[in-house]
Design a protein around this ligand. Sequence first.
Ligand SMILES: [Zn+2]
Length: 351
Amino acid sequence: MIDTWDKLKGHEEQRDLFRRSIAMGRLSHAYVLAGPAGIGKRLFAQLLARSVFCRSHELSELTACGECRACRAFSAGSWPDYIEVGVPAGKTAIPIAAIAGEDGKRGREGLCYELSMAPQASERRVAVINDAQMMNVESANALLKTLEEPPADSLILLVCDNPDTLLPTIRSRCQIIRFFPLTAATVEEILIAEELTESAEEAASIASLCEGSLETAQQLLHPELRQLKASISRQLAQFEAMQPLQISGKVIEKLEEISSGTAEQRQNAQWLLRFVADSIRERLKGVASGDLADPLTQKLGAKQGVDLLAPMLESTIRASSQVAGSSPVKLVMEALFDDLASQFRVASRRV
Ligand SMILES: [Zn+2]
């Protein structure tokens, strides 16, 4: 028998917490599942709902078979007692229509209305609100009424990156369950299991950079960002004089292309610099240990190789903190590649 919870990595403590509440008969009507973006909170909420509906287990087991009528209907999106809302595509907020019905049908459709009806096929109705922090004031106030007097057989799960951004009146009527970033080992495991990358090396590198967020890991795996990283690595691997202006020009152009605004550009630039720092650091380790597979060791020897790479690493880390601050990305990139190229030139003269 399948345990559908196998899909979720980590967050065992939080599942146990719900199990204990159920065993003690203390399941609340409303919870905020809070924690950083991209770590599996939404999946957790869906699995929780599914376990409430699954016919082949006791509720206290908090598991779902994936095979019974309820599980199959849930997978197909047709279980009548489940409601899930979020920010509609192309919108920037959860509209009142989703919570309390369209104009003219206000109070006669939407999440609150459905929750107020007796369950059709199970003992409870379960509602999941994704990105709950994106409810506008109207939506939040409509939900508040339901939270003040929740229907007896309802369970409301608000999935939220930052509970501090919810209305205090909403927050105080929910139990807050905190979720924590995934460990690097877990991220690595997911990247390989979900075939997001085939390379174990890349999975490890991304896992060390993404701060426990699968969403960040996926952004880091953006094909253009990977290409850019590969092309910079190639440039750095060559011993010949670099063309700093050409590289920085290309990097800036690409960053603009793949980022939708200056904030995203700054974020992408930072990731890129961390990649570069990471690859220099790896290389430094190899050269320092006298790894002859690296042409740098062959040409310069371990000591001079380290003398070249160590300041390059420093320059890259410095550039990264400048980008994290408020320095213009373009200027930082230009200065960095100029700096790296001159370090290369100085080293080549010694050969
Ligand atoms: Zn089932």
